[in-house]
Design a protein around this ligand. Structure first.
Ligand code: ADP
Ligand code: MG
Ligand code: ZN
Length: 484
């Protein structure tokens, strides 16, 4: 097969974390009784008038600023008409419409940076971010009536983030999607929970024979709801397009879906069959005029973003680039670490504990990171009492296991179980001499130069002291006795 170079652009939809819907006062609540939160506005009764949710607008602007977008202070609403049983209104209020005169989304051009595995930073352009309302939900079951309709989701606020076709591989697409999810979490704009469908991604991909050739014809793959599926769908489509071109055929522009079981993309519709939404300016609303002072206030109160946080972890806490990456990857983990590190005498050691013990434990924990019982201050304290010699690293692991299971503080566990490290050299020497006496032959060999036996002696002493002897002191005493 010939070598081709992919060109990729993403469209990411996310649900905004507002309390109420986009154009009415109905509450946004998931997993509740069907049709509990409805009113004439979100059901589209004739004459009901929509009013934009200020919090949703604030969130969209906050997201735009976090993605370096230009904010349109005179944005516009358009009406996208289509019939589908999950849409009682028969139209959606949005901010797109194809024609340039309709194209005034709340956020214009921006960018974000992604860091590739080799450390290279790539800048991906953002074309625009627009706001719109979601449709309802159809529920199909085996009951005699078959399908049901739940309007709770009708009118919930969404943002759609569109990237420029700047992405050059499925891996870069995943990094871009991840970074956007991360920014949604850091800004609090969306819960960005993929399992709950708060965020999903459409991938557009075309291929070309060289890196400077004109762009090829693209396919759009809808509704990719995990990083793995995004990567696999793009890879499968790339392969399919390569085979198509190699066979001398042309790629036709179309909309597709990805079937993870078959690892294949299949066509939903071709460009010719694309629905005509008959867009026009939304007649029930005036333009969305935003006060520049409102934008400046949002800019001023923008929280620390992932890149800045990563840099600060390296600078203030002395952690490695890799550790900083892992610790800032998820917002809740980064908040937790930050809080713990503030009171820790050795944040670098703390980082190791979080990454190798805490996060490993979380993998097997039902409910994930949010379900952990360990308090940040407690892990910080554990590291501090290793640092000041109260307990050694080995005992610390035992204490940590208890902390992880019960949420108790380390001092209480150490006290309760009598785990304080033995640093009394006389007491340690007594144990060492005991072990030496019992293993006289091996000790003679050790003395004679068989250094590998040292581990055996240290191990025995640790065992006989219930793991509590200070390991450095054990080593020192053994060395001294060997020279006697
Ligand atoms: P539409 O509204 O039909 O989906 P857009 O112009 O909004 O069209 O583009 C949608 C996405 O397709 C964007 O993310 C853009 O970057 C991407 N895109 C555009 N042209 C190409 C191409 N030739 N190859 C791959 N992606 C493309
Ligand atoms: Mg599209
Ligand atoms: Zn409503």
């Amino acid at each position: 097969m010939s070598k081709y170079f992919p060109v990729i652009g993403l469209e990411i939809h996310c649900q905004l974390a507002t309390r109420t819907k986009m154009f009415c006062g109905c509450e946004v609540e998931v997993n509740t009784e069907p049709n509990k939160h409805v009113c004439p506005v979100c059901l589209g009764f004739p004459g009901a008038m929509p009013v934009p949710n200020k919090k949703a607008v604030e969130y969209a602007i906050r997201l735009g600023l976090a993605l370096n977008c230009k904010i349109d202070l005179n944005a516009m609403w358009t009406r996208k008409n289509y019939f589908y049983p999950d849409l009682p209104k028969g139209y959606q209020i949005t901010q797109t419409g194809g024609l340039p005169i309709y194209d005034h989304p709340i956020c214009g051009k921006g960018w974000l940076d992604i860091t590739l595995s080799d450390g290279t930073v790539r800048r991906i352009g953002i074309t625009r971010i627009h706001m719109e309302e979601d449709a309802g939900k159809l529920i199909h079951d085996m009951s005699p009536t078959g399908s049901h309709f739940d309007a709770n989701r009708c009118g919930t606020p969404l943002c759609e983030i569109v990237t420029e076709p700047d992405i050059r591989s499925p891996e870069e697409a995943v990094l871009t999607f991840k970074k956007i999810k991360q920014i949604l979490e850091y800004t609090g704009v969306s819960h960005a929970n993929m399992e709950n469908g708060n965020i999903r991604c459409d991938g557009n991909i075309s291929i070309r024979p060289s890196e400077d050739a004109p762009f090829g014809t693209r396919a759009e793959i809808k509704n990719l709801n995990s990083f793995t599926n995004l990567e696999k769908a793009l890879t499968a489509e790339m392969l399919l397009q390569s085979v198509t071109l190699d066979a001398g055929h042309e790629v036709v522009q179309c909309t597709k879906r990805y079937d993870p079981n078959a690892d294949k993309t299949t066509m939903i519709r071709s460009k010719e069959d694309a629905p005509d939404y008959k867009y026009f300016p939304e007649p029930d609303m005036v333009r969305l005029v935003t006060d520049p002072a409102f934008v400046e206030e949002i800019r001023r109160t923008l929280p620390e973003l992932p890149d800045a946080r990563r840099a600060r972890f390296i600078k203030d806490y002395g952690v490695t680039e890799y550790d900083a990456q892992v610790l800032s990857d998820e917002h809740n983990v980064s908040e937790w670490f930050d809080q713990a590190a503030k009171t820790c005498k050795n944040p670098k050691m703390l980082a190791n504990w979080v990454i190798s013990e805490l996060l490993r434990g979380v993998k097997e924990l039902e409910g994930g990171f949010d379900a952990i019982k360990v308090q940040p201050e407690h892990l910080s304290r554990l590291v501090n009492i290793i640092e000041d010699g109260t307990i050694n690293g080995k005992i610390a692991k035992q204490v940590f296991a208890d902390m992880f299971a019960t949420g108790k503080d380390p001092d209480a566990i150490v006290k309760e179980k009598g785990l304080v490290q033995i640093t009394d050299s006389g007491a340690i020497e007594k144990v060492v001499r005991d072990v030496v006496a019992k293993n006289a032959g091996q000790f003679a060999e050790f003395k004679g130069g068989k250094v590998a036996l040292k581990g055996f002696f240290v191990g025995q002493v640790m065992k006989n002291s219930g793991g509590k002897a200070n390991p450095k002191m054990v080593n020192d005493i053994l060395d001294r006795l060997a020279k006697e």
